[in-house]
Design a protein around this ligand. Structure first.
Ligand code: SF4
Ligand code: ZN
Length: 323
């Protein structure tokens, strides 16, 4: 069967949700084009400025860096930097950091690694050993969001690009539904602007590409990425949600994730019109943006220190938070 785009090469992939078959070259071009369209549709980037790409060493983030690097060549006033967060997960993160580092060197992008230990005084492993109330991913997600913001500031970025794909976005939507967190549904979107002057604008250029196609792009373009899953992954609700959505898609409808994504967008627009989820203030302890009096990071680290949110800005005015 021939490719439905170029009508010359043999097709190797059938995109069932659109009913089109693509050859290797057209598939890669099509994903790049899709990302460019997403960037322009949501006005994610300006033609100049410094973009920090959050790179974990996995397929999604290295795909994002590859595509952003190609876009950067066409916009010489855009500068890229890569940031990697070392959560402190023994036997897992070291390999990912090595992959991220060597890829950044290969493509000539500045790379900065910032660790939980450096920033919060604890590795994720030590937090998980001492606290068992929440799943490791709950601690990790909250602390990593903050760490990405701090790392992006160190490379003087104007904007942070993260590699959330369409599957991630739909999973997050469903998880927020199950947690009853309507405010958060309104805040999960392709672009998160800074209302407070404390955190950087965040964009998600891969948010309209399904996970399977991100993996295929990485494979076809020869990107080396870490395939070993995080040892804590099986404990997360997100992991179960991923399996449920994949099973539903395989069994019932090829476009189920897309349909959910579109519904999610409409619900978010309605919530935004009703002014749900947009109110942010500054955390009483660390001053970072939050929807409550105390931000999630201070809550978690405060709990970790024994009930008191003791996190705050460094007395020596360094840029990091300290427990
Ligand atoms: Fe962190 Fe969970 Fe992801 Fe592991 S699976 S890196 S603990 S969020
Ligand atoms: Zn083709």
């Amino acid at each position: 069967m021939k490719c439905d785009i170029c009508h010359e090469e043999e097709a190797f992939y059938k995109r069932t949700y659109e009913g089109v078959s693509l050859c290797r070259k057209c598939f890669v071009n099509n994903i790049e084009e899709k990302v460019r369209r997403t960037i322009s549709k949501y006005d994610m980037l300006s033609p100049q400025g410094r973009v920090a790409v959050a790179v974990s060493g996995g397929k999604d983030s290295l795909t994002l860096l590859t595509i952003m690097n190609r876009i950067e060549r066409e916009f010489p006033k855009i500068e890229l930097a890569a940031i990697t967060i070392d959560e402190g997960i023994g036997g897992y993160r070291d390999e990912a950091i090595e992959i991220a580092e060597s890829y950044c060197k290969e493509v000539g992008v500045e790379h900065v690694v910032l660790s939980f230990k450096e920033l919060f005084g604890h590795t994720l492993d030590s937090i998980v050993k001492s606290r068992r109330e929440l799943t490791p991913c709950s601690y990790c997600g909250v602390l990593r969001r903050r760490a990405i913001n701090e790392a992006a500031k160190t490379v003087k970025a104007d904007v942070v690009a993260t590699a959330h794909n369409l599957d991630d976005e739909v999973q997050t939507f469903m998880l927020n539904l199950f947690h009853g967190d309507v405010n958060r549904i309104a805040r999960v979107k392709p672009v998160l602007n800074d209302f407070t002057g404390r955190f950087l604008r965040r964009v998600k250029p891969l948010c309209e590409v399904v996970e399977k196609e991100v993996a295929l792009f990485a494979y076809l373009t020869g990107i080396r990425f870490q395939s070993m899953p995080c040892p804590y992954m099986s404990t997360s609700l997100r992991n179960d949600m991923r399996s449920i959505l994949n099973r539903m898609e395989a069994k019932h409808s090829a476009g189920i994730k897309y349909t959910a994504y579109r519904s999610m967008e409409k619900i978010r627009e309605m919530l935004e019109k009703s002014k749900v989820g947009v109110e942010l203030s500054n955390c009483e302890f660390c001053g970072e943006p939050t929807v409550a009096k105390v931000c999630e990071v201070c809550n978690l680290l405060g709990e970790f220190k024994g009930g008191e949110a003791t996190t705050g800005r460094c007395p020596n005015s360094c840029q990091y938070l300290h427990p």
